[in-house]
Design a protein around this ligand. Structure first.
Ligand code: RTP
Ligand code: MG
Length: 140
């Protein structure tokens, strides 16, 4: 199976509640390695560009405002099948539909304030990692 990298974001609802360590433990317990990590406060412009793919969706304005409201932790996770594995550990977008033991089931507040982001495909993972990190910052 291929070793992949994926971009993960611990969202403002989780950083505000001091859940970074508990969320990172979920990733590590699933066999994902955190090969880069930083805490940043996104501007609305930076958050808007990151989520540009959703710009025509009704929740876009709210999503951008939320992501720029407080610091986030951006990170690169590495491991076998990392993109799918990370999404498994995150759980469904809506925490009401998330499986037991997933991050969103345990920690998410709502569909919008759902604690984590994870890339959804190899191409988007590559773009999203490059959006936040230079090659020198990735230490596998
Ligand atoms: P993400 O991109 O953050 O990892 O989440 P995802 O793939 O599970 O969900 P996606 O469809 O890409 O949506 C991106 C984020 O937008 C917010 N959202 N709000 N109020 C709503 O109906 C709604 N739908 C989506 C969520 O924060 C979701 O994670
Ligand atoms: Mg998504």
């Amino acid at each position: 199976m291929a070793i992949e990298r994926t971009l993960s974001i611990i969202k403002p609802d989780a950083t505000r509640r001091n859940l970074t360590g508990k969320i990172n433990a979920k990733f590590e317990d699933a066999g994902l390695r955190i090969v880069a990590q930083k805490r940043v406060k996104l501007s609305a412009e930076q958050a808007g560009k990151f989520y540009e793919v959703h710009k025509d969706r009704p929740f876009y304005g709210e999503l951008v405002e939320f992501m720029a409201s407080e610091p986030v932790v951006v990170q690169v996770l590495e491991g076998e099948n990392a993109i799918a594995k990370n999404r498994e550990v995150m759980g469904a977008t809506n925490p009401a539909n998330a499986d037991a033991g997933t991050i969103r089931k345990e920690f998410a507040i709502s569909m919008g304030e759902n604690s984590v982001h994870g890339s959804d495909a190899p191409e988007t993972a590559k773009e999203e990692i490059a959006y936040f990190f230079s090659g020198l910052e990735l230490v596998g």
